[in-house]
Design a protein around this ligand. Structure first.
Ligand code: GLA
Length: 382
């Protein structure tokens, strides 16, 4: 068990007993790039997680060791600023946000590790932020509720990692519930869990193993393009705070005033927000084939209108479609690499994995990694 190894490493390094905490990665069944447009998403926490062994150091000194990378950093709790060690920014950003809330923590020692693949679009960064904010909250009795912790984790990502992400990943990591997906309204932050009953189907992820460097800069650009679209819509219609409030008719009526790229971005988002509402109903009515069709449509929009896909992702979705037995497939997360999410008939599971792996190796020269998704609980103490 990984947490045993982390605990032993901690004891060898720091000679005291740590507390252990965990926070999972996530999948998102549908609703991509809708969170920062105040729309809906349908995520779940998965059985891949980041675990930390942590204890107060009794001084202002902090020492954090990455078990998987075998790297450490040391710093003083009163001197927190963005670091050139990229993985450190996730907890440094969290400490900074806690300070900004007028709360504070003291020095600590920590060893962390996990099995959320990095750069695979499964939100290893959100898992890291959430596990730290959760642990700090427990160790120093900060009195933060889960929603406040999620917002701290999200702002840490904005300010220390430089990605103006929405709230989905951190929310999913913190609020996940075993065997349930949840529909989150990213405007009100109301959410509803429902059991994921896939009957004859299985959710399988295919990892392209590519992480194009465009990911964070293009992500921030998409966000700006959506804001530009909103500001044009606002000139003509009342009560539009975000693309959630606009209809495709309203968008069409201002098309002439919009840069064609901005128009395409807004069209995708408005359609996707409507699609999530629709597809959640399909899922609840056990119309899995209809739900899967929506997934293919989402991919089409992400690839052609939102333009956040890439050659490898498009290839995997096309191949999945060609099989005839994958009822839904699309890229998942921010894009430019990472995973596709696939709804695959359970009886064809091995056939699917073999076919996709062989094809990807032959045509792209890359060994595919696949994961069968199991849905787990959100952040917790071990
Ligand atoms: C990344 C972000 C999320 C969300 C997705 C796209 O994972 O962190 O907030 O915007 O991309 O749906």
């Amino acid at each position: 068990m990984q947490h045993q190894k982390l605990k032993e490493t901690f004891i060898n390094k720091f000679r005291t007993n740590p507390s252990l905490f965990r926070s999972p990665g996530r999948v998102n069944l549908i609703g991509e790039h809708t969170d920062y447009n105040n729309g809906f998403v349908l995520p779940a926490a998965i059985d891949k997680e980041i675990i930390i062994a942590i204890e107060k150091s009794g001084s202002t000194k902090c020492s954090v060791h990455s078990y998987d990378l075998n790297e450490s950093i040391e710093f003083d709790i009163h001197e927190v600023s963005p670091s050139s060690v990229s993985w450190a920014n996730y907890f440094l950003g969290v400490i900074d946000q806690i300070n900004k809330k007028g709360k504070s923590i003291e020095g600590f020692n920590c060893v962390f590790g996990g099995n959320v693949p990095l750069g695979a679009g499964l939100s290893s960064s959100a898992a890291l932020e959430c596990v730290f904010v959760f642990a700090f909250n427990e160790l120093w009795h900060l009195g933060l509720d889960k929603e406040e912790m999620v917002k701290i984790a999200q702002m840490a990502e904005h300010e220390f990692a430089g990605v103006k992400c929405g709230i989905m990943d951190q929310f999913a990591s913190m609020f996940g519930q075993k065997d349930h997906v949840f529909r989150l309204d990213c405007r009100s932050l109301e959410y509803e869990y429902f059991p994921l009953k896939l009957v004859d189907y299985e959710v399988i992820l295919c990892n392209t193993k590519v992480a194009h460097s465009l990911a964070s800069s293009e992500y921030n650009t998409r966000r700006q393009e959506c804001e530009t679209g909103v500001s044009i819509l606002q000139k003509h219609f009342d009560h539009i705070d975000s693309l959630r409030d606009a209809t495709s008719q309203q968008l069409k009526s201002v098309k002439k005033e919009m840069d064609p790229v901005v128009y395409k971005r807004c069209l995708y988002v408005i359609n996707e927000i409507a699609r999530v509402i629709d597809s959640c109903e399909k899922l609840q009515n056990n119309d899995l084939v209809g739900f899967g069709k929506d997934m293919y449509e989402t991919h089409d929009g992400l690839s052609h209108n939102y333009e956040v896909s890439c050659d490898e992702l498009d290839y995997l979705v096309e191949k999945a479609k060609d099989t005839g037995y994958v009822i839904g497939s699309r890229m998942m997360g921010g894009g430019f690499g990472g995973c596709t999410i696939n709804l695959v008939n359970r009886s064809r599971q091995d056939q699917f994995i073999n076919f996709m792996s062989e094809s990807y190796l032959k045509d792209k020269g890359i060994e595919l990694e696949t994961y069968i998704v199991n849905i787990e609980n959100g952040t917790s103490k071990l």
